[in-house]
Write a new protein. Sequence first.
Length: 275
Amino acid sequence: MTNCADILQQDDLLLRPLTQADLPTIARDLDDARVARWLAAVRQPFDAAAADEILAHSRDPGEMMRMIEQDGAVVGGLCIGAALWYWLTPDCWGQGLMQRALRMAIGARFCLPAPPMVATCHDDNTASQQLLTRLGFAACPNGRRIFFHATQRAEPCRDYVLAPEQWHLLNPRVMTVGHTTLRPALQKDAPALAHILPCPGTAPWPAHEMLNAFVETHRFRGPARGLFVVQDENRRSIGAVLVQSNRTSLRFLSDEEKARHCTNATKALEDGHFQ
């Protein structure tokens, strides 16, 4: 997690590390019964000492903990580490802010090699259940009971899991430099790839009758691996890129397309952290 960017920003939303100055706001939010009700590990009452523990936790290199700001005002926080957990100031509920914040944070996490992400949700917390499902999390078949400090009893919960492969499938990594775009290859690209790739296949490219299996086997699953289609400004498929851990192979529809797009395609891969 130490390789994740400290600052993530999209339009009016900013994710940044915690500071000492954030502790009063954190204490206010996590002492609010509407928030504490859904956070099992947050002890109640939530006092200054508990806020100090949160700050210390945020400094753990294995945890990606960020405050969420909107237009300069702190509206909540999130943490991705051993588990995913988050909170939002009640006045900001229902505005889609947490979904936007989590998309930024999860995207940054899965830009790097990472294990599946797990979030645990109370059975009655329908808002979080819907949020996790929209993001691509899948509910585990069996529930479990977890002790909640707010109620002082074990409550029914369920784990939700998001694998990096699922995230990348739902959020394909599109990279654009100039008039050149790279996007993950899909099964529907097989006919176009048949025109681009050599026949009979020359390593590392497959014979055309094996294209469908090749697309699936080399489907983009995260950094340092994946099959991409190269497109021009008219969205024509004019090339293919195979990124492997020790080799990057490029193939273009013609020498003219190669001369025009090869430099941009290479730069897109470098900027996309695939090296």
